[in-house]
Ligand binder design. Structure first.
Ligand code: PLP
Length: 404
């Protein structure tokens, strides 16, 4: 008898490492060089973990042999708590902070602790797909609200509110955004906070890119804007601190915590079941948050990331048939492609054919649960030289396909 996967996994996907990525691995194993513009993983592109963090991991490895408290190491949580005070998030106590094996684990944990079958969570479209998947895997129903390309990928607040039902439990925000690069203005966030209050919803604010900002963009932590609403915010080492492989993240509860006693018990129960997050990395959190080794030097004008972002944006918008909103934050652009002009069927086919013919790997927009199939995501972590090579190949591919 064949062993079948759980039906709970039906329709779940993570396209960033999905079928096209598997094809890229196959091509690589045949000796082809692939231009990997697909994963937001800074270190392999020369964005190394700061020495201070590596040093602290090594120094503390002997102290890190045992389990810690399930919420996390005291020094790590204290550092996150001080960080909330610097950011201006009020009233966060040490037990309102959970350390996890990356934000990924904490997203899954916070959805599993909350949702009953049929409960709904509002998620952006496009989204970071783990959110949609985590909700579905927890028995909930992801309901997508539209982020509007015409208004710099800001959330469409009318669409968001129109999708609230008696089963809605919360709203997910990703700010700065993956995959669009949007950074939301204060008034947009305040309107969402008031909407959550009106409807009694929790806000889940994924702020993992909060220091990766370009051209003067400002990030407003959602925890500073909520009042009578529970806010769960997420941050971590993977992006701001170029340490994705160390798997370290944190989750902060702020706002109307008193209304969420049972939910918090649920979160703690799940945290205890997995014992604790990986301990060596927990020692590095204090160093990361206390030091000067964030990604800031790389995002300022003419910093490495800023240059790469500008290059990709400028080159993309110079290609007839491609349009694109300039990113204000994060590591991604989410261009639109005129499928008809190039005789392409949809985003998935485009991405697959681009990989097979030109060995350039990007991710289709529908992999981010986007409503139309004419977008794709590019990661601008590779060097200017490599980005230029990849964009030459993209241009060549599109020129060769042009039908009108
Ligand atoms: N949230 C967003 C928006 C992301 O883009 C990512 C990774 O790309 C994550 C969460 C997961 O991060 P971590 O490495 O902390 O698990």
């Amino acid at each position: 008898m064949e062993f079948l996967k759980s039906q709970r996994l039906d329709n779940l996907k993570y396209e960033i490492r999905g079928a096209t990525y598997q094809k890229a691995l196959e091509l690589e194993s045949q000796g082809f060089k692939i231009h990997n513009l697909n994963i937001g993983n800074p270190a392999p592109f020369g964005f190394n973990s700061p020495d201070e963090i590596v040093h602290d991991l090594i120094l503390n490895i002997r102290n890190a042999q045992g389990y810690t408290d399930s919420r996390g190491l005291f020094s790590a949580r204290k550092a996150v708590m001080h960080h909330t005070q610097t950011l201006g998030i009020q009233g966060v106590e040490i037990n309102d902070i959970f350390i996890g094996n990356g934000v990924s684990e904490l997203i899954l944990l916070s959805m599993q602790a909350l949702l009953n079958p049929g409960d709904e969570i509002l998620v952006p479209s496009p989204d970071y797909p783990l959110w949609t998947t985590a909700i579905a895997l927890s028995g909930g129903k992801p309901v997508h609200y539209v982020c509007d390309e015409q208004s710099d990928w800001n959330p469409d607040l009318y669409d968001m509110e129109s999708k609230i039902t008696p089963r809605t439990k919360g709203i997910v925000l990703i700010n700065p955004n993956n995959p669009t690069g949007a950074v939301y203005e204060k008034d947009v966030l305040e309107n969402i906070a008031r909407m959550a209050e009106r409807h009694g919803l929790i806000i889940f604010s994924d702020e993992i890119y909060d220091q990766i900002l370009y051209d003067g963009a400002k990030h407003y932590p959602m925890g500073t804007l909520v009042g009578e609403t529970l806010c769960v915010s997420y941050g971590g080492l993977s992006k701001n601190y170029r340490s994705a492989g160390f798997r370290g993240g944190w989750m902060i509860l702020s706002g109307a915590k008193l209304k969420a006693k049972s939910y918090l018990e649920g979160i703690l129960l799940l945290a205890t079941l997995r014992l604790c997050a990986n301990v060596p990395t927990q020692y590095a959190i204090q160093t990361a948050l206390g030091g000067h080794q964030s990604i800031k030097d790389l995002v300022v004008e003419n910093g490495r990331l800023h240059k790469q972002m500008n290059l990709v944006y400028d080159r993309l918008v110079s290609i007839p048939g491609i349009s694109c909103v300039k990113p204000k934050g994060s590591l991604y652009v989410f261009p639109k492609i005129d499928l008809k002009k190039f005789g392409l069927q949809n985003d998935e086919k485009f991405v697959y054919e681009l990989l097979c013919e030109q060995k350039v790997l990007v991710v289709p927009g529908t992999g981010f649960n986007y409503i139309t199939d004419d977008h794709f995501r590019i990661v601008f972590l590779p060097t200017v030289d490599e980005l230029n090579q990849a964009l030459d190949k993209l241009e060549y591919f599109l020129e060769s396909r042009q039908v009108s």
